[in-house]
Design a protein around this ligand. Structure first.
Ligand code: ADP
Length: 453
């Protein structure tokens, strides 16, 4: 039995489930029983427990597609999208995989904001098995078509983005609304050592070490990392860890090394790893040997072969599920600082909207009113609202033959039709994980949010 299963302490208030669990405890090798228990836990929303049971079942049947789908679903519902994708990846890489897995993958991709990849997986799965269709999921992948003419463009997802394109970011911290505390801590951690090396040297501090950004999906972690690069005048390398893991066995290490080398050749550089939970989750379950190698490689690259290897390379990583990150990543010199990127409050939402509408033709705007009407929304949702309003306006302007400025009412109407990302669910998950696990103070920044719930 793996350690995750032994750690279950939650008392279930459901006698039926309790009995099932007791039965599973008595015959731990009974796969159908374990699977049934796991599925029941998942259905009733005991997500961490379901995850542990699916993991235990996977030990019994490593190739079982249904168990993998269940595990991935448990990950998705805990916002661990990277972990879900890496659990699914061995299956998705083979043609003709069970369509149900494609649906879970679509959910995970959607959680990561990869709408077109999600749509690709979804449609591919449904084309092979119409019974897996899910209209609710489908509605989240399509922006209502208000395009001026013709059907919406077909979705062709580039499934293999090559890791390691060097970007020049035009964004700076001025393009990131709110988050003053977050910007300040990044400034001290990342920017000052580079901008004022003498000052840091005088105090015997070495630049280096990474920062782990965590928070609900869509709250602006990627945006912030890109802005940090621009603020610093550094180049920017954006790496989706799931992309690195997508490569066939054995070449992941090479990809990782190549990515670090690319950053080193382009210093000063911000090297950004999205979905780091993908790596940490791998370490704790499947394909141990190969995984451990990759994690070790990652840690070795972070540590740098010699003292100066990573000078001028600032490593940022982001995750929606920081509780999955292995302790080894958080040691000094690695991701020794964790920064919470919170969901925006009303003032921050107004500021984000102002930034998003900056270059648009506008009537007089009451951004505060829109902020009040978008209570559960994060930056990514607000971007959706503005994009939608702009499309409507564009269409009206085309019919009218002149530009019609966008108004408060347009944004309010678009907000009505936008479903917010699940911030509340994210906070509930976070609460489960961290409320009783803050001895080291790692979650201090998150605590007020969780307690305010
Ligand atoms: P995450 O990486 O946390 O999932 P993103 O950085 O991808 O979120 O955010 C999605 C989009 O939302 C960004 O591209 C940006 O346009 C917008 N956005 C999010 N937060 C902010 C912010 N604080 N200020 C301005 N725009 C923001």
């Amino acid at each position: 039995m793996n350690s995750a299963t032994e750690g279950i302490e939650l008392v279930l208030d459901d006698p039926g489930l309790q009995a099932l669990r007791e039965a599973a405890r008595l015959s731990p090798d009974n796969l159908p029983l374990r699977r049934h228990l796991a599925e029941q836990l998942l259905t009733r929303g005991y997500l961490a427990d379901a995850e542990a049971e699916f993991r235990a079942a996977l030990v019994l049947a490593p190739q079982d597609a249904d168990v993998t789908a269940g595990l991935a679903e448990a990950f998705v519902r805990q916002s661990a999208y990277g972990a879900a994708l890496s659990a699914l990846e061995p299956f998705l890489a083979a043609p003709g995989y069970p369509p149900r897995l494609g649906i879970v993958a679509a959910r995970a991709l959607l959680g990561e904001g990869e709408t077109s990849k999600a749509a690709y997986r979804y449609h591919e799965a449904v084309s092979r098995d119409p019974s897996v269709a899910d209209s609710e999921l489908e509605s989240r992948m399509t922006i209502p078509a208000v395009a001026p003419s013709g059907p919406p463009a077909p979705v062709h997802a580039p499934l293999e983005e090559k890791p390691g394109e060097v970007e020049r970011s035009k964004l700076t911290f001025a393009d990131v609304a709110g988050m003053d505390a977050v910007k300040e801590s990044l400034r001290i951690k990342l920017l000052l050592p580079i901008q004022q090396p003498e000052l840091f040297a005088a105090y015997g501090k070495r630049a280096g070490g990474g920062v782990l950004l965590y928070g609900p999906p869509g709250a602006g972690k990627t945006h912030l990392a890109r802005a940090a690069a621009g603020e610093l005048g550094a180049s920017f390398v954006d790496v989706g860890l799931a992309d690195i893991l997508d490569m066939y066995v054995g070449s992941s290490e090479r990809n990782l090394r190549a990515t670090f080398d690319l950053a080193r050749r382009n210093r000063p550089c911000v090297l950004f790893f999205d979905e780091v939970d993908a790596l940490a989750a791998r370490r704790s379950d499947m394909r141990q040997a190969h995984t451990r190698q990759l994690v070790n490689q990652f840690l070795a690259e972070l540590d740098g072969v010699d003292q100066n290897a990573n000078e001028g390379v600032l490593v940022l990583a982001a995750t929606n599920a920081p509780w999955y990150i292995d302790g080894a990543f958080r040691r000094p010199g690695r991701f020794d600082q964790m920064v919470f990127v919170p969901p925006p409050d009303a003032a921050a939402r107004a500021a984000i909207l102002r930034i998003l509408c900056r270059d648009k033709p506008l009537a007089e705007m009451d951004f505060d009113a829109v902020a009040r009407a978008t209570e559960q929304m994060v930056g990514a949702d607000l971007k959706g609202v503005v994009d939608r309003a702009v499309e409507v306006k564009l269409q009206q302007s085309i019919s009218a033959g002149r530009p019609i400025p966008m108004s408060t009412a347009d944004l309010l109407a678009a907000a009505k039709g936008t479903r917010p990302t699940a911030v509340r669910e994210w906070l509930a998950t976070a609460r489960n994980y961290v409320l009783h696990a803050n001895e080291s103070g790692a979650w201090d920044e998150l605590m007020p949010w969780i307690k305010a719930k």
